[in-house]
Design a protein around this ligand. Structure first.
Ligand code: HEM
Length: 96
């Protein structure tokens, strides 16, 4: 039996960001994803919402005094360069 997938389907299966539905988060919605009690941990940097749930350094949604579920642009910039987030899954964008 042969299975045929088009490129878009393959990209969706492997989770390529380009084809993933861009979710829009308000700050209030983002606050739900603080990594507590097994919830996902999302952090917004420069308008993009990243998933840090699988990052060991962000266990429980906490990282060097920072808590997930917020816009941490200035905190991030004070500690890291932008390339740090390149490999993180993007889950959406922050609504103005
Ligand atoms: C008080 C500010 C912060 C300090 C002092 C800090 C410090 C660190 C240190 C020491 C590490 C481990 C070494 C390294 O990979 O560089 C780390 C890793 C990491 N930090 Fe931060 N960080 C801060 C804020 C943030 C924020 C706001 C984010 C937002 C996403 C972030 C994302 C990450 C990620 C994704 C990693 C790890 C993994 C990797 O690159 O493999 N950090 N941080």
């Amino acid at each position: 039996m042969a299975l045929y997938f088009d490129l878009k389907t393959i990209e969706e299966l492997i989770g390529h960001n380009y084809y993933r539905q861009q979710k829009e988060f308000t700050l209030q919605e983002l606050a739900q994803f603080d990594g507590s009690n097994g919830k996902p941990a999302y952090v917004a940097i420069e308008g993009i919402v990243y998933d840090v749930s699988k990052v060991a350094e962000w266990a429980g949604g906490k990282h060097f005094g920072n808590t997930a579920g917020q816009d941490l642009t200035s905190e991030f910039k004070a500690c890291h360069v932008m390339t740090k987030v390149d490999k993180l899954p993007k889950v959406g964008i922050l609504k103005e």
